[in-house]
Design a protein around this ligand. Structure first.
Ligand code: ADP
Ligand code: ZN
Ligand code: ZN
Length: 733
């Protein structure tokens, strides 16, 4: 008998002690079913308890009910990462471990052995005279079959033989049931690499050679390549040696739906099993990918953020595409940064990691400056793709049709006339962000969030984009029943409508959350665009990432002024990344691309540097500015967020928290507190939301302070009601 500590998937920062009822050594990292209160829970064994420890009163301990795993679900490096991450992000280990495994395993599903049962003939079965069985024709038939080949347990039905027949043969000693271990699919031996490849340019060659030279140990590479500089080709070629060594690759992407082209490129190049992990897989599919990766059967696993926790038998490289993308940061529950954890994993496994982007995160560039990452640059577009022409349209005083200026409309016409495609970007879905009643001046506002409803005209609904609160406006104004509702402002739905009027013979394709909800919808739109006919694409953030649309020559950002004046200091970085990514959709093939930016602030310094000197100059300048005012990445942030229905309680809790943290850091001159202050969106779904921000130049000191204070924080009375969460290295303030 042993005593073990078990991590349970509940938001409590402690482990639970149980009696392990068997004499075999418990499996650390394996699942067990335990009684907890009056329920049963699935937990994971984290450690053995020293039996001689006198603090333990064995009589009061409960006993584990079921042992679910014979081996750990995690390899050593994943185990180390998850334990470290639980400490670093102050998330309970049980929740962290639970997050890292497929849903079916969380629910306690047993991992079936990679084997099948097989009916096999015995010596007696071979020697016996088959005529002896003439009174049992079915048995005779089965024995005849078995003399030719063994039969899988599950296959006998197809020969019209029942289990009962087989059992009878078995009792007579004529056959036995054996477990047959299925061979693991071995892709390594017949690996072929498609030899049709583009002729690389100098920068690509340098990048590939540098990474190849050191691809057997840990190096963190930043592959900084402008859009259309052929980063994917670099990924493909550095993968060759990894696969030839029969190692596996893990590739993280922001969103699978948006990376169909990358995936196709991998499929075309290598005849190896490629597995995708994304949100539209069902639980069974997810588990089977997990198992295949763990057994070494998948060669390449491509997935979003949480795919980072896939166990891989022979991991040889990690690639993070569009590493700047905010989707790598989990914003709910356990708020981890997958990019940082991926670097940690590569380091643990002593393998290379490549972070690719046209617009690297400032954190990443800072790591290059510090010498932690090594940068490789691709600053030329491949083939004949030329740099795009950029132009700013000063919106001041201009008449707009559905948010489009005359200059822009003329440009659209001329690009369509030349048989090219046009892409318009607007980060606002719906018909209009505001709707009011012409007769009684009623304004549609969501009381749960104190935010304006967005009008979705095609559904005759107003929807709150913060809490999804939805109301019908079939009967007109809810206040006076007038049908005279006036939309104010422009969203993608309205632009689509205006474009249909302006260009009646042209296909208009709208891509946003509303039009792509159905499975494969996005894929269909992309196929339509790639057939090359002139069309206008209007879309939100979804269209900005990774696509290669060879026939798009004109790109326009319709309204981005909000980003220039946001109170989040990261808004400008995000805007710069967005601008470069959207602009990068123009002229990716042979044709000259053009970008038009509509703004009321054409002389804004951010726009000037970005348009005239490019992202890397912008990044350098912004990094210097942040250094001078001591903002991340030059310093470190942690945010305590409190949310509750009662505004006063929220503020009280954070004020007490601040006093406590201040008391615990009296002699530390470098610590700085901000708040309690309301979040950018101060109320969502009736809950008030406030932040307390802590800043310290030393990550270690910041962590020490939080660790020291947590026990007293957890007993502040308000925490029993108010939801309190910690966000370490937050990306949103
Ligand atoms: P990025 O990811 O840097 O934006 P991609 O890797 O998608 O760019 O490359 C854009 C296109 O250029 C792809 O169709 C790719 O096959 C092609 N390509 C890559 N390298 C070269 C090259 N050296 N010469 C010509 N075409 C190339
Ligand atoms: Zn009204
Ligand atoms: Zn709402």
């Amino acid at each position: 008998m042993f005593i073990v500590q078990v991590a349970l998937p509940i938001p409590i920062h402690r482990l639970f002690t149980y009696i392990y009822p068997k004499d075999i050594q418990p499996v650390i990292g394996g699942r067990v079913k335990v009684p907890f209160g009056n329920r049963k829970m699935i937990g994971i064994i984290v450690s053995l308890y020293d039996n001689n420890n006198s603090n333990i009163q064995e009589k009061r301990l409960k006993t584990i009910e079921e042992i679910l795993d014979k081996e750990s679900l995690f390899d050593q490096s994943l185990w180390n990462i998850l334990k470290w991450a639980s400490d670093y992000y102050h998330s309970p280990l049980g929740e962290v471990l639970n997050h890292a495994i497929p849903t079916l395993l969380r629910q306690g599903k047993l991992i079936s052995k990679h084997s099948k049962l097989l009916w096999q003939i015995t010596k007696k079965g071979i020697c016996i005279n088959i005529e002896n069985l003439k009174n049992a024709p079915k048995q005779q038939q089965a024995l005849n079959l078995l003399r030719k080949k063994s039969l899988f347990f599950n296959d006998i039905n197809q020969y019209n033989i029942t289990n009962q027949v087989m059992k009878s043969l078995c009792i007579k000693g004529l056959c036995t049931l054996k477990e047959y271990n299925l061979p693991t699919q071995n892709w390594c031996n017949n690996l072929t690499i498609q030899h049709e490849k583009p002729i690389l340019n100098k920068e690509q060659i340098t990048a590939i050679e540098s990474i190849r030279k050191e691809d057997k140990h840990y190096v963190a590479w930043l592959l900084a390549g402008i859009t259309s500089s052929g980063k994917t080709e670099v990924y493909l070629q550095i993968l060759e040696n990894i696969l030839i060594r029969s190692q596996q690759a893990l590739i993280l992407v922001p969103e699978i739906g948006l990376t169909i082209q990358i995936i196709n490129a991998f499929r075309k190049r290598f005849n190896v099993p490629i597995d995708l992990l994304h949100s539209s897989l069902n639980n069974n599919e997810r588990l089977s990918v997990w198992l295949r990766a763990k057994r070494g059967e998948s060669a390449i696993v491509i997935g979003t953020r949480s795919a980072l926790f896939t166990p891989l038998a022979r991991l040889g490289i990690i690639i993070i595409d569009e590493e700047h993308d905010n989707s790598y940061k989990q914003q709910e529950g356990w708020k981890y940064q997958a990019r940082d954890l991926a670097v940690f994993r590569a380091c643990q496994e002593n393998i290379p990691i490549v972070l690719g982007s046209a617009t690297p995160a400032l954190e990443t560039l800072h790591n290059v400056i510090k010498g932690k990452y090594r940068q490789l640059s691709l600053m030329k577009r491949v083939g004949n793709a030329k740099l795009v022409l950029q132009q700013v349209i000063d919106l001041k005083g201009l008449a707009l049709i559905g948010g489009l200026s005359q200059v822009l409309i003329k440009k659209i016409q001329s690009h369509l006339y030349a048989k090219n495609q046009v892409l318009l970007f607007l980060n606002r879905r719906g018909f209009s962000p505001l709707v009011l009643c012409h007769d009684c001046s009623w304004i549609a506002e969501c009381h749960n969030c104190q935010r304006r409803f967005t009008l979705h005209q095609c559904k005759n609904q107003i929807i709150c984009h913060y809490c999804n609160n939805t109301k019908s406006i079939h009967n007109g104004c809810p206040n006076c029943n007038s049908k005279n509702l006036i939309p104010v402002g422009v969203g993608t739905e309205q632009i689509e409508q205006k474009l249909n009027k302006l260009f009646p013979n042209i296909k208009i394709i709208r891509i946003d959350q509303d039009t792509t909800r159905k499975k494969n919808a996005l894929g269909k739109y992309i196929a339509k665009i790639n057939n090359g006919e002139p069309c206008i694409l209007i879309g939100t953030q979804m269209i900005t990432k990774g696509h290669h649309f060879p026939d798009v020559t004109l790109v326009s950002l319709l309204n981005v002024d909000g980003a220039l004046f946001s109170s989040d200091f990261r808004a400008t970085e995000r805007f710069a990344q967005l601008y470069i990514q959207v602009a990068g959709r123009a002229g990716r093939a042979e044709k000259q691309g053009e970008v038009l930016l509509q703004t009321h602030y054409p002389n804004h310094p951010l726009l000037k540097i970005l348009l005239n000197r490019g992202y890397f100059s912008f990044a350098e300048k912004t990094l210097m500015e942040r250094k001078s005012v001591l903002l991340p990445p030059w310093t470190n942030h942690a945010i305590f967020r409190a949310e509750y229905f009662d505004n006063i309680k929220v503020i009280q809790l954070l004020q007490k928290l601040r006093n406590l943290l201040e008391n615990n850091s009296l002699n530390d001159k470098l610590i700085w507190f901000m708040g309690p202050s309301p979040c950018l969106q101060p109320k969502i779904n009736k809950r008030w939301r406030w932040n307390l921000l802590i800043q310290h130049p030393s990550r270690k000191k910041l962590q020490e302070l939080i660790n020291k204070s947590l026990p007293s924080i957890n007993i502040i009375p308000e925490t029993r009601k108010v939801k309190l969460t910690i966000d370490i290295d937050p990306t949103e303030i």
